[in-house]
Design a protein around this ligand. Structure first.
Ligand code: GLU
Length: 477
């Protein structure tokens, strides 16, 4: 059994692919090539624990599609990691990159460890050895395969990967681009940490802004006042919750390993985080009800449910209990193929993972571009833009003076407010917003054209783009 609760997560992804493929004109051979996983590397290597004992670590990297290169996708550290899981997640990366027009094939890696069972030094040894094994087999490199953070990993692991890769490559000039999600001081971009959660927010906001679609669900337009339950307070879940709360939604339920909390009047996210830091648990938060079984949070009454933990959370055995009108898939694969059908048949709107959590890889793309161009985004244009805006404002001021025949007093704050050049973070965030807004329209249009749901619409749009990519390679007629 995999974490998805059925025999194969990869099969689940392919069932959903097949549901969409019937809406496309592509020949079976091409569709089979698109959905198959091109390469899977599985390795076992020994590490010496701090205790002196030797332990064999099992690690994986799957490259799903090479229709574009490099391949791209995160590396997760979790006890349940296996070959099937990384293949499924790599496939989702392929479809995700296509939807947001990021020119990568999909990949995913994982190490089968629970990171809390290892010391910092042990994690460093494991990460470095894993990177070395990938490099030996040509499974990492700026133009080959570019890892990033995922469940259980973050900027620290990316720095170890970068350092190890740099020490073995014969192309040190571009080595910075061998991995994304690095700290800002090591070639990372500002805004990458929040990117996936911010993208989730943009996606939900877009969905809620379409009055016709909200009306069909019996909801009002806009995010303001919507009741939201979030499962998982990791990087993605936390930031998604933070941004939706900032835009006026009400967080009514939060779930973590230790259990879940619920308050129909709303939970203040930052207060919950402070409470968890102090007590080690979200439970017993003042004013909230405790749910000792964390998974029960999925059944709470709400408008929008955001699963932001692992795959296979909503299955055929619990899908009927979901009360949300919208399920926003911040995690990869949180709904199994059978549950997807049950929910869609009931008219629940599912904003699919391959679109909704694409903000991370979108900003990874910006980071990769920055590393290859060896220049900070906006470095050459920022001052120029600021001067330009200043010149325009001064001309307006002069024209107004001329009209009035006397000097007008421009409020002193206007100039600094309007005459600034975009910083790297501004560029990253606006590039991310533009991508998420455009891609939502695209998957919605596709769904409407084919009279189907958003996931199938997203798959169709993605399959068409990948098919085009293969045709450009001249492999298929
Ligand atoms: N792990 C993230 C994802 O599943 C980011 C991947 C990346 O940036 O390459 O989308």
């Amino acid at each position: 059994m995999s974490a998805s609760g059925t025999s194969s997560f990869f099969k689940q992804v392919n069932i959903m692919f097949d549901r969409a493929a019937v809406h496309t004109p592509h020949p079976t051979g091409l569709l089979n090539q698109i959905k198959s996983c091109n390469s899977v590397y599985q390795v076992g290597f020994p590490i010496v624990r701090d205790s002196g004992k030797i332990e064999v670590i099992r690690a994986f990297r799957a490259e799903h599609s090479h229709h574009k290169q490099p391949t791209k996708g995160g590396i997760r550290y979790a006890a349940v990691v296996n070959a099937d899981e990384v293949m499924a997640l790599a496939a989702l990366m392929t479809y995700k990159c296509a939807i947001v027009d990021v020119p990568f094939g999909g990949a995913k890696g994982g190490i089968a460890i629970n990171r809390h069972d290892y010391s910092e030094k042990e994690l460093e040894r494991i990460t470095r050895r894993y990177t070395f094994e990938l490099a030996r087999k040509n499974f990492i490199g700026p133009g080959v395969d570019v890892p990033a953070p995922d469940y259980g990993t973050g900027a620290q692991e990316m720095t170890w990967i970068l350092d190890t890769y740099t020490s073995v490559t014969d192309n040190p000039l571009d080595a910075l681009a061998c991995v994304t999600g690095k700290p800002v001081g090591h070639g990372g971009v500002r805004g990458r940490v929040e990117a996936t959660g911010r993208g989730v927010f943009f996606g939900i906001r877009e969905a809620c802004d379409i009055e016709e679609d909200m009306k069909a669900l019996g909801l009002s337009k806009g995010l303001k006042g919507k009741r939201i339950v979030v499962q998982g307070l990791g990087n993605v879940g936390y930031h998604a919750a933070k941004f939706v709360e900032e835009s006026g939604a009400i967080i009514t339920g939060l779930a973590e390993y230790e259990g879940a909390i619920y308050n129909p009047d709303g939970l203040k996210l930052e207060d919950v985080m402070v409470h968890r830091l102090g007590t080690g648990t979200i439970l017993d938060f003042p004013g909230a009800h405790n749910l000792t079984r964390s998974a029960d949070a999925l059944d709470l009454p709400c408008d929008i449910l955001i699963p932001a933990a692992l795959e296979g959370q909503i299955r055929s055995d619990n899908a009927d209990r979901v009360q949300a009108k919208i399920v926003a898939e911040a995690a990869n694969g949180p709904i199994t193929a059978s549950a997807d059908k049950l929910l869609s048949d009931r008219g629940v709107m599912i904003i699919p993972d391959m679109y909704l959590n694409a903000g991370g890889v979108t900003v990874s793309y910006f980071e990769w571009l920055r590393n290859l161009s060896h220049v900070r985004l906006g470095r050459m244009s920022r001052r120029f833009e600021a001067h330009n805006a200043r010149r325009i404002l001064q001309s307006v001021e002069a024209l107004v003076d001329q009209r009035l025949g006397s000097p007008s007093a421009m409020p002193s704050q206007i100039m600094p407010d309007l005459a600034f050049g975009a910083s790297e973070e501004d560029l990253v965030n606006s590039g991310l917003e533009d991508t998420m807004v455009g891609a939502y329209q695209e998957i919605r249009d596709s769904a409407r054209r084919h009279k189907t749901d958003l996931r199938t619409g997203a798959f169709v749009s993605s399959i068409d783009k990948i098919a085009k990519g293969y045709k450009q390679l001249g492999i298929f007629p």
